[in-house]
Ligand binder design. Structure first.
Ligand SMILES: [Fe+2]
Length: 312
């Protein structure tokens, strides 16, 4: 079967870390999410403008790791067909398709990707009641995309194409080296996943969509006034045409406020960007330089939970 268009969107990302209380305070009081539930030690955070029951989940653990990257698919039948196909292809499932017990429930399968990240694909998740954000409201409207680091980036990209049906829409190069692969799912949004060429397996960043450019800038400014270090930004990438401002959460994972990402039409073709042109990374020319500090933040520390299923 072809898995193209199997995945509809990014649902949520889970993190585990020793400093749970600092992390809860960061995502609710500073980043602007709403803590909506706690169950068996896992804390769930929703974005006010999103129907997803939660977009971030946090769990205390001695190890710093990404617990799960969760994607949506349209039907339960898709989940079953995907699980069957993955097993035939030798992918290690963490659990078979089953009813999910997290807020919103649903029906999903969990598996390890090529590098050992935990990936969930689910359908039938009950939507949360959400609202349109007000003009000027500088909190995340929804989850936009996430980027993962891999020391085996091409193989990881191939895996996501083959196993989950993502399609590469753009690559970024410098001096002949490919540094980033941007991937789309069935949604016209330019990318919901990207793979970075990194020194180790880790989360590169998780990105949150703001109501618009004004609210994006207000959010970046609000965090800076609160004393948070703006790692990189504010600027606008040529790739995806989205605005960017990168910060770090309480465990040192990079998180992004974004706005204005482009939508792909039916006749899109894959493109390439050359990073020797500074306008590729920073269209407006307003951002601080892309230097070692930015790279270190994006590389993150090695994920300590590879090929280990989280307890929940
Ligand atoms: Fe991003």
């Amino acid at each position: 079967m072809s898995n193209t268009n199997l995945i509809t969107h990014l649902r949520h990302v889970g993190f585990a870390m020793p400093q749970l209380e600092e992390q809860r305070a960061f995502y609710s009081k500073e980043w602007g999410l709403t803590e909506v539930a706690e169950k068996d030690g896992v804390h769930y955070f929703a974005a006010e403008g999103s129907p997803e029951p939660y977009v971030i989940r946090l769990r205390k653990d001695d190890k710093k790791r990404a617990d799960v990257i969760s994607f949506g698919t349209a039907t339960r039948e898709n989940v079953d067909a995907l699980a069957k196909q993955l097993k035939q292809d030798g992918v290690q499932l963490i659990h078979e398709p089953r009813e999910l017990s997290a807020p919103g429930g649903g029906y999903g399968v969990r598996l390890f990707d090529l590098d050992g990240r935990v990936v969930e694909v689910s359908a039938d998740v009950a939507p949360r009641e959400y609202r349109d954000l007000e003009p000027g409201e500088s909190i995340p409207a929804r989850l936009s995309h996430c980027v993962i680091n891999s020391p085996n980036p091409q193989a990881t990209v191939d895996w996501y194409e083959k196993c989950l049906g993502f399609q590469v829409v753009e690559t970024l190069h410098i001096h002949g080296n490919t540094l980033m692969w941007f991937m789309r799912c069935s949604h016209p949004q330019h990318h919901v996943l990207a793979v970075g060429n990194g020194p180790h397996v880790a989360m590169h960043h998780v990105s949150f969509d703001m109501r618009g450019i004004d609210e994006f800038l207000r959010g970046v400014g609000r965090l800076q006034r609160d004393g948070k270090e703006l790692i990189w930004g504010p600027g606008r990438h040529q790739t995806g045409d989205n605005a960017y401002g990168y910060f770090q959460d309480a465990a040192g994972n990079t998180v992004e406020y974004t706005a204005g990402m482009s939508q792909l039409g039916d006749s899109w073709t894959a493109t390439e960007g050359d990073l020797s042109d500074p306008a590729v990374l920073d269209v407006w020319g307003t951002s601080n330089a892309w230097g070692e500090n930015v790279m270190r933040s994006h590389f993150n520390t090695p994920d300590e939970g590879l090929f280990v299923a989280p307890p929940l």
